[in-house]
Design a protein around this ligand. Structure first.
Ligand code: HEM
Length: 419
């Protein structure tokens, strides 16, 4: 790779790293097939990095994502470039005052909209024949139009909060450029980060959508985990109204994103089965944010904590072992201490039931989607696949409030359309 060799021989300043050329090389064949010589040069670039250089963190994070297979560290987080995306709750997260909370929620809204807008821009550009990126199994124009509709619907509440109505006459038909304008980020590297976070393993068109939808859910789970932490803090100090508000926001975020699953259900199963040949070892069973969300609701029982589900997220397992508080426990304690007076106390209980219903719905839809795409094949996270999902989908979200769970009806285990 000429650009990389001359960058290395020219001193390798982080600010002038040939990102575009490297991305083009990865996109040409897919991350799984990048030539060893290119990976060796990137590895050399990484050894030169020192933390003091400007942009060193960005370049270091990118190289770790690009070299995950080379290093033998490839997993769900590196596949989705989660470290690059700076998700809610990361190092820079702001929690505390009302202003901090609003700013943190806006950051999440912006990231979510930008991820979805980018996916839709790719769909529409490809449908117009204006890109040769990931050329295999292009979907029809109708499918691209459907994806556009569903994508905009999935981010509609975030767009409303970001004030789209003030600039776009018909938000439901907003173009990807309009979405990007509403969610513009002041962070100077935001656009570059988004480009760097797209490293498909293969050249199937639909992998672009798959990656962006997973990243969008990661962004939401991370936001929800923050809201759940704040719910626990509010319950512990007897602020029932605040606890109910935070839980309601978490539930709204999860429910509103439902069309993301419908969007992913438009993926062509054959395309999915082709690129997943190269994603073995990367499974959402390794999602920290999802397990945080689960364990902040209720401390998982020993058998779940000792299962592959938690062994694959050791950081979260450690947090639970170290006594991470949960909403379930905080609620019980608040009831025992008489901190949940009506009417706010009843609202907390109602919101807990609604949040639990939203999580159970998410699991049911996920199971249906997985059944459609995967059939009887095993998962990439070394489980037997959908039988695992069928077994975990009715794990109670809370046990301190009665009547939250609804057992899945017999028809729900037969698969079908997630829409
Ligand atoms: C084509 C679409 C999808 C298929 C076929 C699928 C399949 C699976 C399978 C088979 C598992 C079990 C673990 C394994 O062996 O890999 C799993 C777990 C999981 N998936 Fe998906 N999935 C899909 C989409 C998604 C999406 C969009 C998300 C959102 C982040 C997601 C989140 C999860 C989570 C959080 C788990 C772990 C659940 C637990 O341990 O309780 N999946 N998925």
């Amino acid at each position: 790779m000429r650009e990389l060799t001359s960058w290395l021989s020219g001193g390798g300043a982080t600010g002038s790293f040939p990102y575009s050329a490297v991305l083009a090389e990865f996109h040409r064949a897919g991350k799984h097939f990048v030539e060893k010589e290119v990976l060796a040069l990137l590895d050399q670039a990484r050894t030169r990095l020192t933390a003091r250089e400007p942009h060193a963190r960005l370049l270091g994070d990118f190289l770790d994502v690009a070299l995950d297979k080379w290093d033998g560290r490839y997993d769900y987080r590196s596949y989705l470039a989660l470290r690059l995306l700076r998700l809610p709750g990361g190092d820079d997260a702001t929690v505390g005052s009302d202003a901090d909370r609003s700013a943190a929620r806006r950051d999440t809204d912006r990231l979510l909209v930008r991820l979805v807008a980018d996916a839709l821009a790719f769909e529409l550009t490809a449908a117009a024949g204006a890109t040769d990126l990931l050329p295999e199994r292009r979907p029809s124009r109708d499918v691209a139009a459907k994806r556009h509709r569903l994508g905009v619907r999935a981010v509609a509440p975030a767009l409303a909060r970001l004030g789209i109505a003030a600039t776009v006459p018909d938000p439901a038909a907003a173009t990807p450029d309009e979405l990007r304008a509403v969610a513009a980020d002041a962070e100077p590297d935001a656009d570059l980060i988004l480009r760097l976070s797209m490293l498909p393993v293969h050249v199937s068109h639909d992998e672009y959508l798959f990656i962006r939808v997973l990243q969008s859910y990661e962004c939401l789970f991370a936001r929800i985990a923050e809201e759940l932490r704040a719910t626990i803090a509010a319950l512990a100090t007897g602020h029932a109204g605040r606890a109910a508000d935070r839980l309601a926001y978490a539930r709204g975020s999860l429910t509103a994103a439902g069309p993301l699953f419908s969007l992913l259900a438009t993926m062509q199963p054959e395309a999915f089965r082709t690129f997943r040949e190269y994603t073995t070892g990367a499974s959402a069973i390794q999602s920290r944010s999802y397990k945080l969300m689960e364990s902040l609701c209720r401390t998982p029982e020993g058998s779940r904590l000792d299962s592959a589900a938690y062994r694959q997220v050791p950081e979260v397992r450690d947090l639970v072992h170290a006594g991470q508080p949960s909403i379930d426990d905080a609620y019980r304690t608040a009831v025992r201490d008489g901190l949940l007076a009506a009417p706010d106390g009843e609202r907390v209980e109602r919101e807990m039931r609604s949040f639990a219903a939203a999580v159970l719905q998410w699991r049911r839809t996920h199971h249906r989607l997985a059944t459609r795409m995967l059939g009887p094949r095993p998962g990439t996270g070394y489980t037997e696949g959908t039988p695992y999902l069928a077994a975990v989908r009715s794990i109670p979200v809370f046990t301190s409030v009665a009547g939250e769970t609804r057992p899945p009806s017999p028809t729900e285990s037969t698969g079908g359309s997630p829409e």
